[in-house]
Design a protein around this ligand. Structure first.
Ligand SMILES: [Zn+2]
Length: 268
């Protein structure tokens, strides 16, 4: 399945929600909450880019258009370093249940912002907080997206049938177990417990990798600069990368590369 007879594929992804998570998704446009998003921009992204460079790894950053408009130099750096830039809404808004026109408007607006930086339309889409609707996947195909990464229906990529026109779109799945937010995101209101020990999360992620390696499958990890960017968690991520690199035949790839490989191997 994987190129060069690699045994398994690892996709590191980072959702650069920045302030949009608090401004829009959590509806808390207050300095205290917004500064959590700022931490992702000021501290998280530079630390992540430095770590990826140290191990010469390519990753995927899913970026809301607003984050690209507000922090263009960071997204330019992600792109200059060779990482994939994927679509992640405009303001991390939930539009899946607002009808086709509302969803299309956000899709186009987000694409425009990313295109200003990369010069090309994104090939991958991850819906904000996994919020999709009846038109999401048809709109992605209408606008030349190669894959979606908003669903959790398998460990490996799989084909989904779009609800409106019954076409096939490749899904590169994520999972909540492999997402840093449910483990680490703390909030008083709405209440999220978060604050997990990084050792606990390491234990889960390492076991998930070991399983993917045994299966010859795909491991997709979802992280957020404002969450994983803390010193203790970055150290955990580096430890995980070292564990993975200690195995022969692991392919670190962007989600787009994983999608292209899967499409080539499974399209009749
Ligand atoms: Zn997000």
């Amino acid at each position: 399945m994987w190129p060069d007879n690699k045994r398994c594929a690892v996709g590191l992804s980072f959702d650069f929600d920045a302030e949009t998570l608090w401004n829009r998704t959590m509806r808390q446009p207050f300095p205290g909450q917004l500064s959590r998003g700022e931490y992702g921009a000021r501290v998280g992204v530079p630390r992540i880019l430095k770590l990826l460079k140290k191990y010469d790894l390519k990753a995927t950053f899913f970026v809301p258009g607003w984050s690209a408009d507000t922090h263009p130099q960071l997204v330019e750096q992600m792109y200059a370093d060779g990482h994939e830039i994927g679509h992640h809404g405009y303001e991390h808004e939930f539009v899946g249940n607002k009808g086709r026109e509302a969803e299309l408007e956000v899709l186009l607006k987000g694409t425009q912002s990313l295109k200003r930086i990369t010069g090309q339309a994104p090939r991958g889409y991850r819906s904000p907080a996994g919020n999709t609707g009846p038109h999401t996947f048809d709109l992605l195909l209408d606008h030349d997206f190669l894959y979606d990464s908003s669903l959790v229906g398998d460990d490996n990529p799989y084909w989904l049938t779009t609800p409106q026109t019954k076409r096939q779109l490749l899904e590169v799945p994520y999972s909540w177990e492999l997402d840093d937010a449910p483990h680490f995101l703390f909030s008083f209101s709405p209440y999220f417990t978060g604050m997990s020990s990084q050792n606990k999360v390491y234990e889960i992620w390492q076991a998930e990798f070991d399983g993917a390696y045994a299966d010859g499958g795909f491991l997709g990890i979802v992280m957020h600069p404002q969450i994983i960017g803390r010193r203790s968690r970055m150290a955990m991520l580096e430890r995980l990368i070292q564990h993975i690199l200690g195995h022969e035949g692991v392919w670190f790839a962007t989600h787009c590369e994983v999608a292209q490989t899967w499409i080539a191997a499974t399209t009749p």
